[in-house]
Design a protein. Structure first.
Lengths: 364, 364
C-alpha cells in the first residue's frame, strides 16, 4: 500500500509527537486523522480530523480505520489488542511486533540480546522474592523497573547497598518487573534511524543526550564519541530495523560506556518504535526531519537525506521554562517550538528550542 | 494587542499561503481559524477551525471575529468593506490601508511615486478613448491592466505598434484600467520584508524570479545583482513599510533595469501585503521562514533572524508538474512541498521544491 498525495494517515495518540508528525504530513500534501482518548491535546490542531475515544472502543476504531489509508502511532503504550484489531482493516506501520517488543522491558532486552547487542545485565522479577537472587547474580548497584508503562523515569527505582527490596518492589506496584545492572556510562546517546517499505535504511547522526531528573533536557549533535562508535550505533540500528522488518522511524537509546581496556563501547538501553524527543533537532538541523522521515516511510515513499546542516543543539522547555518564550523569540539564532499546551505543569514538555551553528566548510 | 501562546489567529483566505501560515502558527503554539468561501481548500487541513462563508456575510464575520484574537489575510483581494467591518471587532494586521493600496494598481503606483520610488510610467485609463492620448505620452510599447483583481498575468494585455486599442480595452472588461510603459528589464526580483508591531524592520535577501507565462516558475537567492542594488531594494521596502505603518510581511516585486549609463536600477512593479510565492525558499533557506515572520509580526512578537543558510533555489510545481512528486522525493537534496490540492489544473500552483546549496564558509 503506497499512498498518493491527498491520502489520510491515521495517528494513534495526540501528544506533541503526533502534532509534529501531522505538520510533516501537511508539508507533503497529506492529511492526518488523530485517534486518542484526550478531549484536548496538542495533535488535534494540526489534523484535519479527530476521533476522541478509548483505545478499546472497537466501533470507533473501525470507523477510524475506514477513514484513513494507513495507521501509525506516536507513543509505544498503545494497547497491542488495539493495533491488532486495526491491522485487520488497514496497514499499521510500524507493526504490532515492534510495539510488543518495546512495550515490555523483558521482551525488549531479550530481543536486543538475541541480535547480539550489548545491554545491561538483567533478570526478570516476577515477585519480590526473586529480587535477592537476581541481585546476587548481576550486582547490588541496580535499577528495578516495571516491565510496562515506564517513561521519563516513571516506574523505576535505584537499588543500592542496604535498600529495602520488598518496599521498593511494593512502591513500583508489585507487578511484573525487571532488574537491570547499573551501567556506569560516560554519556547517553541515541540513534534515530528509518526503514522504508522497500527495506532501504538511513540513520541520522548520533545524538548526545543530557537528562535532568530522568527527563531529556538537552541534545547535541554531533555526539562527542569516536567515529567508530557512531558507525557502530548506526549499524546496530540497522540490525534492529531489519530484525523487526520495520517500517518507519525507530529510536534507540544508548549508553556510551568503557570496556575493561578503557575504550568506548555501546550498551543499548531501550528502543522506541516512533519519532523521539532526541530527534527534534532534525527539523532545522537535518535535510529531512525525523517527522517527515517517518511519514515518508509509512506512506511507502522514498526516505529523505539525513545530511546535517551544522552543529546542532536542542533544549527542551519543561514546565515553566516555557514561560521564557518571549525572551527566546528575541534571540535571533534560536528556533522556538511550542506544542500548544495551555497549562505548564512541572515536568511537562511544553516546547523546545533548536540552534544550528556553522561547523566549517566541509560539513555545511 | 500582543498574543500569548495558545491564542487564535484568524486568516481570511484558504489557499496554500494560508496553509503555510497556519503551519508556522502551529510551530509557535498558536491556533488558526480560516475564513473563506470555498468548501474545500488547502488551508483548512492546517487549521483548528474554519468558517465557510462569503466575505460579505456580516453575521459569519462577526462570529469569526469573536472567536479569534487577531486577524490577517493571505491574499490581497479581500473586500475592503470586509476588513473594515472586522477591524471594528479585532485588530486586523496588516490594516485596511495596506490592502486598499495594493488592490488598485492606480493607488499602488501613486503611493509608490509619492515615496519617491521608481515605477514604470503610467496613466489612468477610465475609458477606451483615454488610451490613445496616454500612449502618446508614455510610448507605444506598453501594458494595459485592469486596476483591480489581476494576478499571475490575468487582467493585462500587451500593447504594440498596430494593436487594436478598443478591442484590447473591451477584452479586459472595459472597466477602470491603467496603462504602463513597458520596462525593458534584465531580470525580475522581489524583496520580502517585515515590520513588527513595535516598528522593527528586517528584510530577507533579494530574490531573483523567473516567470513562465506570467506565473512564477523559479526563484533563486542571492539575486545576481550589484550589492548596492540589494541594499537599495531593502531600503525601499523599509520606506514602504514605514509609510503604511505596516505590521506583517510585505512583498515588493521589482524589475532590475538599466539606466542611461548602463548601471543597474530598480523599478517597482507591485506590492503584495502578504507572504509571497517568491519567499517560499525561506522555509528551508533562512533562519526564520516568511510564514513564521508574518505570524510573529501580527502576534506582536519580536521578528526572527533572516540569515540565509546557503544559496537557495525554489521551483514551483505548476499543474501536472506535481505528478513528478515521487521522482522529486527520491532526490536527496530536494525538499518537496505539496499543498493538498487534489486536482492538477493547468496553471494551478500544486506545490514547490526547494534546494539549499552550500555557499562557502562566509555565508553559512
Amino acid at each position: 500500500m503506497i499512498l498518493a498525495p491527498g491520502a489520510t494517515i491515521g495517528i494513534l495518540g495526540s501528544g506533541q509527537l503526533g502534532r509534529m508528525l501531522a505538520m510533516a504530513a501537511l508539508k507533503l500534501g497529506l492529511r492526518c486523522h488523530i485517534y486518542a482518548p484526550e478531549p484536548e491535546a496538542p495533535a488535534y490542531d494540526a489534523a484535519s480530523a479527530r476521533t476522541v475515544a478509548s483505545f478499546d472502543d472497537e466501533a470507533a476504531l473501525a470507523r477510524f480505520a475506514e477513514s484513513v489509508d494507513v495507521i501509525t502511532y506516536e507513543f509505544e503504550n498503545v494497547p497491542i489488542a488495539c493495533v491488532e484489531f486495526l491491522a485487520r482493516l488497514r496497514p499499521v506501520r510500524p507493526d504490532a511486533r515492534a510495539l510488543a517488543v518495546s512495550q515490555d522491558r523483558l521482551a525488549e532486552k531479550t530481543f536486543l540480546r538475541g541480535l547480539g547487542l550489548a545491554t545491561a545485565p538483567f533478570r526478570p522479577v516476577d515477585a519480590a522474592a526473586a529480587l535477592g537472587p537476581a541481585l546476587a547474580e548481576i550486582g547490588r548497584l541496580a535499577v528495578l523497573k516495571t516491565r510496562r508503562l515506564g517513561y521519563d523515569g516513571k516506574g523505576q527505582a535505584m537499588i543500592r547497598e542496604g535498600s529495602d527490596l520488598e518496599a521498593l518492589h511494593r512502591k513500583l506496584g508489585g507487578g511484573p518487573m525487571i532488574v537491570e545492572g547499573f551501567v556506569a556510562f560516560d554519556c547517553e546517546a541515541s540513534v534515530i534511524a528509518a526503514r522504508s517499505l522497500e527495506g532501504a535504511m538511513v540513520a541520522f547522526d548520533l545524538c548526545e543526550n543530557e537528562h535532568d531528573r530522568h527527563i531529556l533536557a538537552r541534545t547535541h549533535v554531533p555526539a562527542r564519541v569516536a567515529p567508530e562508535i557512531e558507525t557502530a550505533a548506526k549499524t546496530l540500528a540497522a540490525k534492529a530495523l531489519e530484525a523487526l522488518d520495520y517500517v518507519g522511524v525507530l529510536a534507540i537509546e544508548l549508553f556510551v560506556a568503557r570496556d575493561g581496556a578503557g575504550a568506548e563501547r555501546l550498551v543499548v538501553n531501550e528502543i522506541a518504535p516512533r519519532v523521539h524527543n532526541s530527534g527534534h533537532w532534525t527539523i532545522e538541523g537535518a535535510q529531512t526531519s525525523q517527522f517527515e522521515q517517518h511519514i515518508r516511510a509509512i506512506a511507502g515513499w522514498p526516505l529523505g537525506a539525513t545530511a546535517r546542516r551544522g552543529r546542532v543543539e536542542m533544549v527542551n522547555l519543561i514546565g515553566e521554562q516555557a514561560d521564557e518564550w518571549r525572551d527566546i523569540l528575541a534571540q535571533p539564532e534560536q528556533s522556538l517550538h511550542l506544542y500548544g499546551k495551555l497549562e505548564a505543569r512541572p515536568g511537562r514538555k511544553m516546547g523546545h528550542v533548536t540552534r544550528v551553528f556553522p561547523e566549517g566548510p566541509r560539513n555545511v
